[in-house]
Design a protein around this ligand. Structure first.
Ligand code: HEM
Length: 498
């Protein structure tokens, strides 16, 4: 579906349909049956409210130092690559940075993923490769008789690592609690997502009649009920999967290099808030709220996610689970569509983000469209109630992304620390672009026989290796990934920067 108003009304928000078995089947196989993306009903409600505090804007703010430190390590990595002119996969290193951030946010542990391959990451990677291909058109393409066994063995190793981290976290937390009780002083420590989830559980238990309002702290891993331990382990796997698989920062750097005018404006904003000669890292650490003032940077990231939304949702009308509205009515045409039992409905963010009603010139990278005072399209409906539904990289409604505050804050800080110093240039091994026949920016022109490229394409004289002008178009591999990754080199910026 591509109509944002109908999506909100019937699929995700006013009425929120259950997740489709096509999606949950994949996620359950990947993450376990208790993962937050798949579960429904009471179980989902209780887990979501247990984890919500850890992902709140307020708590994400306390992670600022962590994000800055991980980003500084990333800068070291990029500097080393620039120095040696190394050809590398940008996405790979952006992913490792994200894992460092999620490790800290979840367990308050340094996974050091930018320097080494952490076992959790290793097993995750193996798992992605073991999963049936998401782009298989015919069932037999996905057949591998040994797959279930390989997945089972991999899961044993992954679970063991996740539970080991969880148990170590519980022991560290117990020590903090004991110190607090002994000294009578509440330590002003930042709280990881797992800390806050355990707090929420303990608080809920204290409300039971037997507890009579007394909080009984979990001081040993064995005191955690088995089912809760499994719930937390599956949720933690979900956070690593969801967070590490959606590396917007890599796409943002790719677009930064290609779009001169937006780049200049981004630099202007960063130079304004972090004047040359001062340390952006120190400024952000001293005043984390400054990140909320980076309007153009935010618009730049939104435009990146509009063009390359990493994920979306798939819903279903599951037979036997009655839904309130079984017919959808288009507000613009009045046309009615049945939501029959067994249907799978895909609100495709990628399509919605190309709807000209809200996003004129949809294939062009124009961050200003998200700024009411600067938009070149005042006639577009983006700032109307319908427009609110049109930008949906994190999906909307009750099942929206729990990690969106963390993802946005993280991407802003990383961009603020890297954009002025590094210029990433996409370079596919052995590939040359034909300067005689530049590839048009829009798919329609690309396929139109009137353009030189389109003509050659139709005559079979060139191979199609661009979508909307991008060689790295997204395809489904768990989430939307750039075809061939984002290989290239990074250069130290000498131009418009300092
Ligand atoms: C740019 C980064 C991200 C994007 C674009 C993104 C996008 C999404 C989308 C579209 C959904 C809905 C999926 C569905 O309905 O099947 C979702 C759900 C979810 N995301 Fe994210 N996500 C991002 C980062 C993160 C991070 C950093 C975390 C956690 C560390 C996270 C955790 C989750 C979880 C747990 C859900 C399921 C929520 C629920 O059903 O209650 N995401 N995300």
């Amino acid at each position: 579906m591509a109509d944002p108003e109908m999506i909100a009304e019937y699929i995700t928000t006013k009425q929120s349909l259950p997740k489709s078995p096509l999606e949950t089947g994949y996620m359950n196989k990947f993450l376990g049956d208790n993962n937050l993306v798949s579960i429904e009903g009471h179980h989902w409600k209780s887990l979501r409210s247990m984890f919500n505090p850890g992902f709140s804007a307020q708590n994400v703010l306390t992670l600022t130092d962590t994000i800055v430190d991980a980003s500084l390590k990333f800068c070291d990595v990029l500097r080393a690559k620039a120095k040696t002119n190394e050809h590398f996969q940008f996405e790979e290193y952006a992913t490792r940075l994200t894992i460092d951030i999620i490790g800290r946010a979840t367990f308050d542990v340094d996974m050091d993923a930018q320097q080494r391959i952490h076992p959790i990451v290793k097993h995750f990677r193996e798992r992605v490769e073991l999963m049936p291909p998401g782009d298989a058109v015919f069932p037999w393409q996905a057949i591998d008789v040994f797959r279930p066994l390989k997945l089972w063995l991999n899961n044993r190793k992954l679970e063991a690592e996740v539970k080991k981290e969880l148990d170590e976290k519980i022991v560290r937390r117990a020590k903090d609690i004991e110190d607090e009780l002994k000294n009578g002083v509440k330590q002003n420590k930042k709280r990881s997502i797992v800390d806050l989830a355990l707090n929420a559980y303990e608080k809920e238990q204290s409300l039971s009649p037997e507890a009579g309002g007394n909080v009984k702290h979990i001081l040993e891993p064995s005191e955690l009920p088995r089912s809760l331990r499994q719930d937390i382990a599956d949720s933690v796997k979900t956070f690593f999967f969801a967070g590490h698989d959606t590396t917007t920062i890599a796409w943002a750097h790719y677009l930064l290099h290609r779009n001169t005018e937006p780049r200049r404006k981004l630099m202007d904003e960063l130079n304004h808030f972090f004047p040359p000669g001062t340390s952006a890292a120190d400024t952000i650490k001293a005043d984390p709220h400054i990140v909320n003032q980076l309007e153009y940077t935010t618009a730049f990231i939104k435009e990146t996610m509009r063009i390359f939304p990493p994920a979306s949702t798939l819903r279903s009308n599951i037979p036997g689970q009655p839904i309130a509205q079984t017919v959808m009515r288009s507000p613009s045409t009045g046309q009615e569509y049945p939501i029959f039992a067994g249907i799978h409905i895909w609100p495709a963010a990628h399509l919605v983000h190309r709807n000209r009603r809200f996003f004129p010139r949809p294939t062009h990278f124009i961050p200003e469209r998200f700024l009411r005072s600067q938009t070149p399209f005042p006639e577009a409906e983006l700032f109307t109630p319908a427009g609110k539904e049109a930008f949906r990289p994190f999906e909307r409604g009750p099942r929206n992304c729990i990690g969106q505050e963390l993802a946005m804050a993280g991407t802003k800080i990383i961009l603020a620390l890297t954009a002025r110093e590094f210029d990433f240039v996409l370079e596919y091994p052995g590939e040359q672009v034909d300067p005689q026949h530049p590839i048009p920016n829009s798919t329609a022109e690309e396929f139109g026989e009137m353009t030189a490229y389109g003509g050659m394409l139709h005559e079979g004289r060139v191979q199609r290796y661009r979508v909307e002008g991008h060689r790295c178009w997204p395809f489904l591999k768990g989430t939307a990934k750039p075809t061939g990754g984002l290989p290239g080199r990074v250069y130290l910026r000498k131009d418009e920067v300092l």
